[in-house]
Design a protein around this ligand. Structure first.
Ligand code: KIV
Length: 290
C-alpha cells in the first residue's frame, strides 16, 4: 500500500499548506547543456524523515534517501545490512514531507546486483511504495547493463562510482579512491559506462579531484560530488554530517552547524528543570476552565 498521498491541511505532520510544483528528472538532466556547461550547480542533501525533508526541500534540487540511513538512523556499522523495507518506509516519509525536490531512493545492497530483472522488480517496488521519482545504485561497468535495462523501462537512475560504500568488504575501508593510475582509469571507465547506459546524474564519491574533473568533462549527465571536487556539476552531503550531529566526520564534510552540542544543551536544561520540578509550569498545564 502506498502512503505518500499529500495531505495539505496544516498540522504537525504537514505544516506547509501550499504544495508547489515538483522538479522533474528531465529538468535535473537538462541543467547540463550539450557543451557540458551547468549554470546553476545542483544541490542535493540526504533526508530520511518527513520533517527533515520539509526543512531541506525549499533549498534543494534533489533529496536523496541514502542507504547511509543504516548508520545515521539505525546505528548499523555499514550500509550492507540495510533492507528494501527500510528504504521504502523512509522513502515514503521523505516524499510526504517534500513538494519541490526530486526524491531519489538508494537501492540497498543485495537488491539489484544479481540481474537486471531483479533490479527492475525492486526499483519498481521502491517507486510504487514511496512515490519517489528515481533510484540510485552503486557500481560502474558491472552495473551498466542494469542501468540501461531500468532506464529503458521507465525507471530513472542516478549512478554512483568511486568510493562505493556498499563494497566496503571488497575495498577494505572508506579511503578515497583513485590514488594510482590503474584505479583512476577504472573509475573513469565506470563513470563512462553508467553515464552512457543512461543515468540522469552521477554521484562521484571520495575520489581524487583530478578524476572528478576529468569525469565531469567526460560524461554528458551532471556529476554530483561528495569528497570529489568543487568542479562537479553539483554537490551532496549527508545532512546529519553537515549539521554536526556526529563527533567524527570525513575530511570532506563541512559542518554548517553544531547540532549535537545544541541537542545536548537542550536535553541537559530539560533534565535539570524536571528534576527541580520547574517543568511543566502553568503555561504547559491544563485545567477544566482553560
Ligand atoms: O547513502 C548516501 O547517503 C549516499 C550519499 C553519501 C551520496 O549515497
Amino acid at each position: 500500500m502506498s502512503t505518500y498521498t499529500l495531505d495539505t491541511s496544516t498540522s504537525r505532520a504537514n505544516p506547509t499548506p501550499a504544495p508547489m510544483r515538483r522538479l522533474t528528472v528531465p529538468k535535473i538532466r537538462e541543467r547540463k547543456s550539450a557543451d557540458g556547461k551547468v549554470d546553476r550547480p545542483i544541490v542535493m542533501l540526504t533526508a530520511y524523515t518527513a520533517r527533515m525533508a520539509q526543512l531541506l526541500d525549499p533549498h534543494c534540487d534533489l533529496l536523496l534517501v541514502g542507504d547511509s540511513l543504516g548508520q545515521v538512523i539505525y546505528g548499523l556499522p555499514t550500509t550492507v545490512p540495510v533492507t528494501l523495507e527500510m528504504m521504502c518506509a523512509h522513502g515514503a516519509a521523505v516524499v510526504r514531507g517534500s513538494y519541490h525536490s526530486v526524491v531519489a531512493v538508494d537501492m540497498p545492497f543485495g537488491s539489484y546486483e544479481r540481474s537486471p530483472a531483479q533490479a527492475f522488480d525492486n526499483a519498481a517496488r521502491i517507486l510504487k511504495e514511496t512515490g519517489a521519482a528515481a533510484v540510485k545504485l552503486e557500481g560502474g561497468e558491472a552495473m551498466a547493463e542494469t542501468v540501461a535495462f531500468l532506464v529503458a523501462r521507465g525507471i530513472p537512475v542516478i549512478g554512483h562510482v568511486g568510493l562505493t560504500p556498499q563494497a566496503v568488504n571488497v575495498l577494505g575501508g572508506y579511503r578515497a579512491r583513485g590514488r594510482d593510475d590503474a584505479e583512476a582509469d577504472k573509475i573513469l571507465a565506470d563513470a563512462k559506462a553508467v553515464a552512457e547506459a543512461g543515468c540522469f546524474a552521477l554521484v562521484l564519491e571520495g575520489v581524487m579531484e583530478e578524476i572528478a574533473i576529468e569525469a565531469t568533462k567526460m560524461v554528458a549527465c551532471p556529476t554530483i560530488g561528495i569528497g570529489a571536487s568543487a568542479q562537479c556539476d553539483g554537490q551532496v552531503l549527508v545532512t546529519e554530517d553537515m549539521l554536526g550531529m556526529f563527533e567524527r566526520t570525513p575530511r570532506f564534510v563541512k559542518r554548517y552547524d553544531d547540532l549535537a552540542a545544541r541537542v545536548g544543551e537542550a536535553a541537559a536544561a530539560y533534565a535539570a528543570e524536571v528534576r527541580a520540578r520547574d517543568f511543566p509550569t502553568a503555561d504547559q498545564t491544563y485545567h477544566p476552565a482553560t
